[in-house]
Ligand binder design. Structure first.
Ligand code: MN
Length: 201
């Protein structure tokens, strides 16, 4: 198998009370596993098409690969973006870039939270590094991948699919988003920013 489900970097209940243990268990073990399986299945289907030199299903298979692989990548980043020791505010080069691109940390937080609240149906709010301009932008992605600009890399991902919060927050997505800030691991976000920033120069 090309793609594998990574272990969570903490226990299921580590993010309580902000994110419930049962949500983490189902979200990681069932939903994320499903995207890993779907991405591997799409790769296998493509390999079979090459072998048979028969490409009539290529459109749906490429679509499935984009969906499932993006789901796998987004969730992997999302788990690592959170920590039981998270919260607070970004520091160093990351906060300098946030202030340059958004005006202030508070302004960034408002824009990101608004993007998360504005997702229609299932999707993600993402803080993206844009390699074309070496800047940070906020994205709001439908499903896992639609409307993601080319040349961008997510450095902070927030899942706003209902499976991410409904068991605990029911229809109060805004309350879930507000609590997310209490578990953000800014060191992880800063590491991701520095890697992207170096590649841009
Ligand atoms: Mn999810």
């Amino acid at each position: 198998m090309t793609y594998e489900l990574p272990d969570l970097p903490y226990e299921y209940d580590a993010l309580e009370p902000h994110i419930d243990s049962r949500i983490m268990e189902l979200h990681h073990d069932k939903h994320h596993q499903g995207y890993v399986d779907g991405a591997n299945a799409a790769l296998e289907a493509l390999a079979e098409m090459r072998q048979n030199e028969e490409f009539s299903d290529i459109k749906s298979t490429k679509r499935a690969l984009a969906f499932h692989l993006s789901g796998h990548v987004n969730h992997t980043i999302f788990w690592e973006n959170m920590s039981p020791d998270g919260g607070g505010e970004p520091e160093g080069a990351l906060v300098d870039q946030i202030e340059q691109d958004f005006g202030s940390y508070e302004a960034f937080k408002s824009e990101f939270s608004a993007a998360a609240g504005g997702v229609e149906g299932s999707g993600w709010a993402l803080l993206l590094h844009d390699a074309a301009a070496d800047q940070l932008i906020v994205g709001a992605t439908e499903n896992h991948q639609n409307q993601t600009p080319q040349a961008t890399t997510p450095i902070l991902a927030l899942d706003v699919w209902e499976h991410a919060y409904y068991l605990q927050y029911e229809n109060n997505r805004g309350e879930y988003v507000e609590n997310f800030w209490n578990v953000v691991d800014w060191d992880d976000v800063a590491n991701r920013f520095e890697q992207c920033h170096e590649k841009s120069i």
